[in-house]
Design a protein. Sequence first.
Length: 400
Amino acid sequence: MPWDLFKRKDFSFIDSGYDSLIKKNYESAIAILERGVASSPSNPYPMFLLAVALIYTNNFAKAAVVLDQLQRIDPHYDPLLQLNAFLALKSAVKKEEAVNAYVAALEKNPADKELHRALKILEKNRDFESFQRNVKLHEFVIIPKPKKVHRKKLRKDFSSTRSVNLSKAKRDSFTGAAFIIIAIITVFFFAFAFFRFFDLRSFLQKENMERESSVADKVDLIELSGSGYGVINKINTEKTKEFYTSPDLVLEDFNRAKILLKKGNYNEGVVILNRIINSNASFVVKEKCEFLVRYVMEADDRAYEEIDIKELNLNPHLYRGASVMLKGKVANLSETKKGLSFSLMVDFDGSNFKGIAHVYAKKGVTLSNGNSVEVKGVFITGVGTDNVPYISAEEISLLK
């Protein structure tokens, strides 16, 4: 039976998580979907549901981690494209930014009717600030039901099983027609590719020019003024790790973080931005801070700094995206499909160490348990029931 292809526990987690999400039991949905993600780490659907639930609870820092993971698994996943475009709309300073976000999403999936519908509504609206403030996630982002996702996979598996039972005569009858169709498609493909080549080349040239723009220009694009939102939530039902007593303090911190980023003091700026993200600041403020943190995480000119491991373990939410440098001894080394993972006993002196850091490294590094190493990488907050922070290693050097 095709149903046996699915793990019952994954199907249960997904169904239960979806039901809790639709019923607005967001905390329950998060707890359930985290297990679903852990049980099925390559399935984008429960990861998408988890990101939505986290956004509804204003847990933007954790939602960003989930979205980053989902982006790596399936960057063209339809619900993800819709959600990213919506978040860009909510954080846009001007209407043009929101329009560009939807156009970019449509470039990845031109057939998405929901993206087309949202773009038309956005273009026709004349009061962008009011529209931005009042538009809801469910109005522009379709949250598919679990059965649709599973049935799609089920039909695929069932059809492949059924095809095995086709007689040789039927298969032969399809061969000639299939060959002709493939030939026609190939001709059209190369013709289309030829005419699109120059458009693609100009697009890539433009993209490279944008990447070469200065840090100051990119940071200055993000402003809090003109959004029409309150800076902080006056009534905050959720307990936050950080708290601001006035909007002026948020604005002061935000502007100070921008100045630090423009000077290249990324780590100092990231700590301030993460403080805002994990506070009672409003949705739009957190989204703008999130954009800047992601920008720092992708920066090529980062400087790695030694940060006290005790501080990292005590306040991991403040250091997401920070570039850290730690020294210690390798333990619990294990290989994964994409590389290595190990525990780093930081500042190990032969008998004692200051703390533990979890490290993930890409393939190409040869290590053994007991090696003394220096790790340079980006500090990431964890996803899943354990929520363990880790370092995504960029460089690992053996120490004598």
